[in-house]
Design a protein around this ligand. Structure first.
Ligand code: HEC
Length: 190
């Protein structure tokens, strides 16, 4: 028979062993999510730069149209997680935010307004057995050709023909254009 003291000791030991573990896995998931967001970001940037250089913004729009969802699907496949982009005002309606994403995007805007740098704006939550992570995407000069307040006639027409419900214009440098959104299933084998 175990004494009360032994039982408590066992409990305490388990507690000590488990707490750092929970913490470590949370950290590992966040690191994994961050690196996936980075992968998506740099692949998109590369693709955008290449197509802008080769064919200008019109060619780049068409590349973006096909490549952006393709690249996201590719990263999702290789890592067994879901990666994508979202925004409060979307170009592609498939990128529309769900409730959690919408709240975080709104929080990013108020955090930015109260002085947090855009590079620091991220958030995570554990929801329905999934680890979810978001990282804000700032607007840079190069983005304005397709997301700014004044688009060239040709750019405007091309975007309208591909995205008749486009809401993703009128942004200025420094605005939050949207966010990367990553979902990692946690209890796959349980
Ligand atoms: C050549 C035109 C072009 C440029 C330049 C461009 N984008 Fe886009 N952007 C698009 C198109 C087209 C889509 C829709 C892609 C899709 O169908 O998923 C898009 C979609 C997005 C989305 C996903 C949410 C949505 O609105 O559907 C984000 C976020 C985004 N762009 C951010 C940026 C940022 C940040 C930059 C600058 C670094 C940038 N874009 C530069 C054309 C462009």
């Amino acid at each position: 028979m175990k004494t009360l003291y032994q039982k408590n000791l066992l409990g305490m030991l388990l507690f000590i062993l488990m707490v750092p573990n929970v913490h470590a896995s949370d950290k590992a998931l966040k690191a994994q999510a961050r690196s996936s967001a980075k992968d998506l970001g740099s692949s998109l940037k590369q693709e955008l730069q290449k197509s802008m250089k080769e064919g200008g913004p019109i060619a780049a729009i068409k590349v973006c149209n096909v490549k952006a969802p393709e690249i996201a699907a590719q990263i999702s496949q290789t890592k067994g997680i879901r990666v994508g982009r979202t925004a409060l005002r979307v170009r592609n309606p498939n990128n529309a935010p769900d409730a959690w994403e919408k709240t975080q995007l709104e929080k990013f805007i108020s955090r930015l307004a109260s002085g947090e740098p855009v590079g620091k704006l991220d958030a995570h939550v554990i929801q329905n057995g999934e680890f979810r992570y978001m990282k804000a995407i700032g607007t840079q000069g190069v983005c304005l050709k397709c997301h700014g307040a004044k688009l060239s006639k040709q750019v405007h027409e091309t975007i309208q023909s591909l995205y008749p419900q486009d809401q993703a214009t009128g942004f200025a440098v420094g605005d939050i254009r949207g966010a990367f959104t990553i979902t990692i299933p946690m209890n796959k084998n349980e």
